[in-house]
Design a protein around this ligand. Structure first.
Ligand code: ARG
Length: 601
């Protein structure tokens, strides 16, 4: 039983004994005691006033008295302010709770069982014509954090990715490579495959724009020029050949996509994200066509005179949506319907979450209605986890303007910065070069991940590299530093022969705990609720906030009290256990965000 549950039961018996009232657990309103009063938890007594026919103050005092007499193991003392009964929880309870926290390796997490619902989470979903950029970083971090949070809330999770590997975009890269590549390969140039392909995409665009400009100079209007430029026509021809299964085009397409995947894999690995199942648009778009035809037969969709197939969503307050072009080729929506079909064949999905930027809000609104019409039981309640744009402080990141913030470059720069920033400090330790590099990796990536995840996902944001790596602020490194500090205290304790996992802390008769100590344990006790809330709200930022608050509370405690210098052995042991629990909860919380903790820094 948690402390809250014990208190609720205590209050229930109090009002029964005192006023003959049968209170339900829900009638016992419990809240955290406000800063200005003494106490940990507060009972709001107004719901008992009627049955008691006494003033709120008297009711508070009577219930408080009852609890001190009958639940003295839980309640040490109380005070009443108006209708609020402020309870001071006994030291023994806090110590017992601390012991429980330290004993549970998955503290705050719900177990996943055979019966758990299956949640599929899609994130990343890149196109194969260019490397991942800062926007993908936000997507991947949010998606993988969400996957861990949803799993920690007792769900089976399948992490998935849909790679948009076919279409005009990849044909552009292919064409440019054929024209100007001279057979360049990742091996011949030492370039990462996704970067290599991205460079040809940029090259295509450059030459294409030159062609358009030349046509406009000859008097053609811009819109026509964009369609008539030889390069774009050639790219379209290539796409048609691809759709027809032309062996040469397919072979080139396969080869170039393989280069891209090898590149993506490296990026994902560095970022610490992974997938259980990857889908490819080239496999799913035909399934989508099939499904659309099925919907057409059933009368959900209609065909226009030119042969194109549409969904009429005016009854739902939306407009009409194209599903198949007049030439029978599919659109983005068709691919998503096909992907849904394959996914549902592969997994018994109860809930589907799509992590995709907010520029696609309308697309997912439509998709939800279409999937529902087509009989997907999770279609109606699919979650579009929609997030805002992320930029660097010095301006937008648009690939065509050539200022795109590349994910690999960004991660490398963060790690370098972390390395430089800690050089002075690590010189004073016996850390060797390998360890210093490994710590820099954790800290640099921790800074990046934390800074992005602490922001409400729906909001647009600026990623500020310098601010993210500041050791004194609401940052990943600040929290990591506190963790490393605790790890060092525990190492030193071990050198003195004290191992806090040896003996149960509740066997040590510590009493007279300081407020900063009990409040720190109370903060730890909130972790399960924080995990639950993050799961309900789909909010990694809630976990960030909590880790930051916990870290600050620990630092305040550590500022005022000494741990290893404490002469009373029992108290010292208690404080070590407390520090250990804080470190553990920090690492569990940050672990949900995909942030690793260094044992020293
Ligand atoms: N590849 C797409 C893009 O870059 C995003 C795909 C999102 N996922 C989906 N199921 N539609 O815009």
């Amino acid at each position: 039983m948690t402390i809250e549950e014990k208190l609720i039961a205590g209050v229930q018996s109090a009002v029964k004994a005192l006023y003959g009232m049968e209170a339900t657990p829900e009638q016992v309103q419990l809240q955290k005691t406000r800063e200005e009063f003494e106490g940990h938890l507060t009972v709001v007594v107004f719901s008992f006033v009627k049955a008691a026919r006494k003033s709120p103050e008297m009711v508070g005092n009577e219930i408080g008295q009852y609890l001190v007499e009958h639940a003295s193991d839980v309640v040490a003392r109380f005070n009443v302010v108006k209708g609020f009964l402020n309870l001071v929880i006994s030291d023994a309870q806090w110590v017992e709770l601390l012991a429980q926290i330290n004993a549970d390796p998955k503290y705050g997490f719900q177990p996943v069982t055979e019966e758990s619902p299956l949640v599929m989470i899609e994130y990343s979903s890149p196109n194969t014509n260019k490397p991942l950029h800062l926007g993908h970083v936000r997507n991947n971090l949010l998606g993988s954090a969400l996957a861990r949070i949803v799993e920690a809330n007792g769900n089976k999770v399948v992490k998935t990715n849909i790679v948009n590997d076919r279409g005009i975009h990849i044909c552009k890269s292919m064409l440019a490579w054929l024209k100007w590549g001279n057979g360049e390969t990742p091996e011949s140039s030492g370039k990462k495959g996704d970067h290599l392909i991205g460079d040809y995409y940029v090259a295509f665009d450059k030459h294409y724009r030159e062609e358009v400009r030349a046509l406009v100079a000859q008097g053609m209007d811009e819109e026509t020029a964009k369609q008539e430029a030889p390069l774009i026509k050639e790219a379209h021809e290539m796409l048609v050949k691809w759709e027809q299964g032309d062996a040469e085009v397919r072979a080139l397409w396969k080869k170039m996509n393989e280069w891209v995947y090898a590149g993506f894999d490296e990026t994902y690995k560095m970022m610490g994200v992974s997938f259980d199942k990857i889908y490819y648009e080239s496999d799913t778009y035909l399934e989508g066509k099939e499904k659309v035809m099925e919907g057409l037969e059933k009368g959900f969709f209609y065909r226009r005179d030119d042969g194109s197939v549409w969904a009429d969503l005016t009854a739902e307050g939306l407009d009409e949506k194209l599903l198949l072009r007049s030439d029978g080729t599919s659109v983005y929506m068709t691919q998503d319907i096909g992907t849904a079909k394959l996914r549902f064949q592969d997994f018994p999905i109860d809930k589907m979450i799509y992590v995709v930027g907010n520029e696609q809000n309308y697309h997912f609104q439509v998709l939800s209605i279409l999937l529902d019409k087509l009989g997907f039981k999770w279609g109606k309640d699919l979650v579009h986890f929609s997030y805002g744009m992320v930029e660097l402080p010095n301006g937008k990141m648009k690939s065509r303007e050539g200022t795109v913030v590349d994910a690999d470059d960004l991660m490398a720069a963060m790690i370098d910065d972390a390395y430089e920033a800690s050089k002075e400090r690590t010189k004073q330790t016996d850390m060797d070069e390998d360890e210093a590099r490994e710590v820099a990796r954790k800290v640099g990536l921790g800074a990046l991940k934390y800074f992005i995840l602490k922001v409400d996902a729906r909001k647009n944001m600026l990623f500020n590299p310098e601010e993210s790596i500041d050791f004194n602020g609401n940052t990943g490194p600040f929290i990591q530093y506190t963790y490393a500090r605790i790890a060092s205290i525990l190492r030193r304790a071990k050198e003195q022969g004290i191992d806090v996992s040896d003996e149960k802390v509740e066997n040590r008769p510590v009493r007279g705990l300081a407020t900063k100590e009990t409040e720190l344990i109370q903060k730890l006790s909130q972790f399960p609720a924080v995990v639950r809330q993050a799961g309900t709200d789909y909010s990694p930022s809630g976990i960030c906030n909590y880790c930051y608050e916990l870290t600050k509370s620990f630092n305040q405690f550590y500022h005022d009290y000494s741990i290893l210098g404490e002469p009373n052995e029992d108290l010292k042991y208690f404080r070590l256990s407390l520090a250990k629990a804080v470190a553990k909860v920090i690492s569990l919380g940050m672990g949900l965000l995909g942030i690793e903790m260094p044992e020293r820094m």
